[in-house]
Design a protein around this ligand. Sequence first.
Ligand code: DQA
Length: 137
Amino acid sequence: MKLLIINGPNLNLLGKREPTIYGNETFEMYFDTLKQKFQHLELHYFQSNIEGEIIDKLHEVGFDFDGIILNAAAYTHTSVGIGDAVKAIQTPVVEVHISNIHAREEFRHHSFIAPNAKGIIVGFGLKGYELAIQSFV
Ligand code: DQA
Protein backbone atom coordinates (compact mmCIF):
# COMPACT_ATOMS: atom_id res chain seq x y z
CA MET A 1 0.00 0.00 0.00
CA LYS A 2 1.38 3.37 -1.10
CA LEU A 3 0.60 6.36 1.11
CA LEU A 4 1.85 9.94 0.84
CA ILE A 5 1.94 12.51 3.64
CA ILE A 6 1.82 16.09 2.36
CA ASN A 7 2.63 18.96 4.71
CA GLY A 8 1.96 22.56 3.71
CA PRO A 9 3.50 25.90 4.59
CA ASN A 10 5.58 26.44 7.73
CA LEU A 11 5.38 22.77 8.72
CA ASN A 12 9.05 22.47 7.72
CA LEU A 13 9.63 24.41 10.96
CA LEU A 14 8.04 21.79 13.22
CA GLY A 15 10.19 21.44 16.34
CA LYS A 16 11.08 25.15 16.26
CA ARG A 17 7.75 26.74 15.42
CA GLU A 18 5.40 27.67 18.32
CA PRO A 19 6.31 24.53 20.30
CA THR A 20 3.47 25.07 22.79
CA ILE A 21 1.05 24.46 19.89
CA TYR A 22 3.00 22.16 17.58
CA GLY A 23 5.44 20.35 19.93
CA ASN A 24 9.22 19.94 19.96
CA GLU A 25 9.69 17.17 17.44
CA THR A 26 10.79 17.75 13.84
CA PHE A 27 8.64 16.05 11.22
CA GLU A 28 11.69 14.24 9.86
CA MET A 29 12.22 12.58 13.27
CA TYR A 30 8.56 11.69 13.54
CA PHE A 31 8.50 10.36 9.96
CA ASP A 32 11.36 7.96 10.84
CA THR A 33 9.23 6.64 13.73
CA LEU A 34 6.29 6.18 11.37
CA LYS A 35 8.43 4.26 8.87
CA GLN A 36 9.64 1.96 11.69
CA LYS A 37 6.08 1.38 12.88
CA PHE A 38 4.59 0.73 9.44
CA GLN A 39 7.36 -1.19 7.70
CA HIS A 40 4.84 -3.14 5.63
CA LEU A 41 3.62 0.10 3.98
CA GLU A 42 5.27 2.26 1.36
CA LEU A 43 5.27 5.63 3.11
CA HIS A 44 6.30 8.82 1.30
CA TYR A 45 6.63 12.38 2.55
CA PHE A 46 6.44 15.73 0.75
CA GLN A 47 6.51 19.24 2.21
CA SER A 48 6.13 22.54 0.39
CA ASN A 49 5.51 26.15 1.25
CA ILE A 50 4.18 26.75 -2.27
CA GLU A 51 0.50 26.25 -3.10
CA GLY A 52 1.07 25.21 -6.74
CA GLU A 53 3.63 22.59 -5.74
CA ILE A 54 1.09 21.00 -3.40
CA ILE A 55 -1.49 20.97 -6.21
CA ASP A 56 1.07 19.44 -8.63
CA LYS A 57 1.92 16.72 -6.07
CA LEU A 58 -1.79 15.89 -5.57
CA HIS A 59 -2.13 15.52 -9.39
CA GLU A 60 1.05 13.42 -9.59
CA VAL A 61 0.06 10.78 -7.03
CA GLY A 62 -3.72 11.18 -6.99
CA PHE A 63 -4.47 8.51 -9.60
CA ASP A 64 -1.90 6.02 -8.41
CA PHE A 65 -1.40 6.02 -4.62
CA ASP A 66 -3.79 4.30 -2.20
CA GLY A 67 -4.08 7.23 0.17
CA ILE A 68 -2.97 10.79 0.83
CA ILE A 69 -2.67 12.36 4.28
CA LEU A 70 -2.85 16.11 3.83
CA ASN A 71 -2.05 18.85 6.31
CA ALA A 72 -2.33 21.87 4.03
CA ALA A 73 -1.64 24.10 7.06
CA ALA A 74 -2.69 27.73 6.41
CA TYR A 75 -3.77 26.87 2.83
CA THR A 76 -6.53 24.75 4.36
CA HIS A 77 -8.37 27.94 5.17
CA THR A 78 -7.64 29.89 1.96
CA SER A 79 -6.99 27.63 -1.02
CA VAL A 80 -9.85 26.95 -3.41
CA GLY A 81 -7.17 25.48 -5.71
CA ILE A 82 -6.07 22.78 -3.25
CA GLY A 83 -9.72 22.06 -2.41
CA ASP A 84 -10.48 21.62 -6.13
CA ALA A 85 -7.44 19.35 -6.58
CA VAL A 86 -8.61 17.09 -3.73
CA LYS A 87 -11.97 16.89 -5.50
CA ALA A 88 -10.37 16.20 -8.90
CA ILE A 89 -8.20 13.23 -7.94
CA GLN A 90 -9.23 9.63 -7.26
CA THR A 91 -7.00 8.78 -4.29
CA PRO A 92 -8.82 9.34 -0.98
CA VAL A 93 -7.46 12.18 1.16
CA VAL A 94 -7.51 12.31 4.95
CA GLU A 95 -7.14 15.85 6.30
CA VAL A 96 -4.95 16.19 9.38
CA HIS A 97 -4.26 19.11 11.70
CA ILE A 98 -1.84 18.91 14.60
CA SER A 99 -3.75 21.47 16.64
CA ASN A 100 -7.49 21.59 17.26
CA ILE A 101 -8.32 24.22 14.63
CA HIS A 102 -11.85 24.56 16.03
CA ALA A 103 -10.52 25.70 19.40
CA ARG A 104 -8.40 28.42 17.76
CA GLU A 105 -9.12 31.64 15.84
CA GLU A 106 -12.34 31.79 13.83
CA PHE A 107 -10.49 31.93 10.48
CA ARG A 108 -9.07 28.46 11.17
CA HIS A 109 -12.53 26.91 11.53
CA HIS A 110 -13.20 26.78 7.79
CA SER A 111 -11.55 24.22 5.52
CA PHE A 112 -11.67 24.13 1.71
CA ILE A 113 -10.45 20.51 1.89
CA ALA A 114 -12.94 19.05 4.35
CA PRO A 115 -15.95 18.75 1.96
CA ASN A 116 -13.99 16.35 -0.24
CA ALA A 117 -11.89 14.60 2.41
CA LYS A 118 -12.46 10.97 3.35
CA GLY A 119 -12.12 12.02 6.98
CA ILE A 120 -10.60 14.64 9.24
CA ILE A 121 -8.32 14.23 12.25
CA VAL A 122 -7.61 17.33 14.34
CA GLY A 123 -6.09 18.13 17.68
CA PHE A 124 -4.11 14.96 18.49
CA GLY A 125 -0.67 16.41 17.82
CA LEU A 126 1.65 14.46 15.53
CA LYS A 127 -0.21 11.30 16.49
CA GLY A 128 -2.91 12.47 14.06
CA TYR A 129 -0.72 11.34 11.14
CA GLU A 130 -0.47 7.84 12.65
CA LEU A 131 -4.24 7.72 13.14
CA ALA A 132 -4.67 8.78 9.51
CA ILE A 133 -2.37 5.96 8.32
CA GLN A 134 -4.36 3.49 10.42
CA SER A 135 -7.54 4.69 8.75
CA PHE A 136 -6.18 3.37 5.44
CA VAL A 137 -5.03 -0.08 6.66
C1 DQA B 1 -2.33 23.49 11.20
C2 DQA B 1 -3.42 24.48 11.60
C3 DQA B 1 -3.45 25.65 10.65
O1 DQA B 1 -4.47 26.56 11.03
C4 DQA B 1 -2.13 26.39 10.67
O2 DQA B 1 -2.14 27.44 9.72
C5 DQA B 1 -0.97 25.48 10.47
C6 DQA B 1 -0.97 24.16 11.08
C7 DQA B 1 -2.20 22.33 12.21
O3 DQA B 1 -1.61 21.32 11.85
O4 DQA B 1 -2.64 22.45 13.36
O5 DQA B 1 0.04 25.88 9.90
O6 DQA B 1 -2.69 22.91 9.96
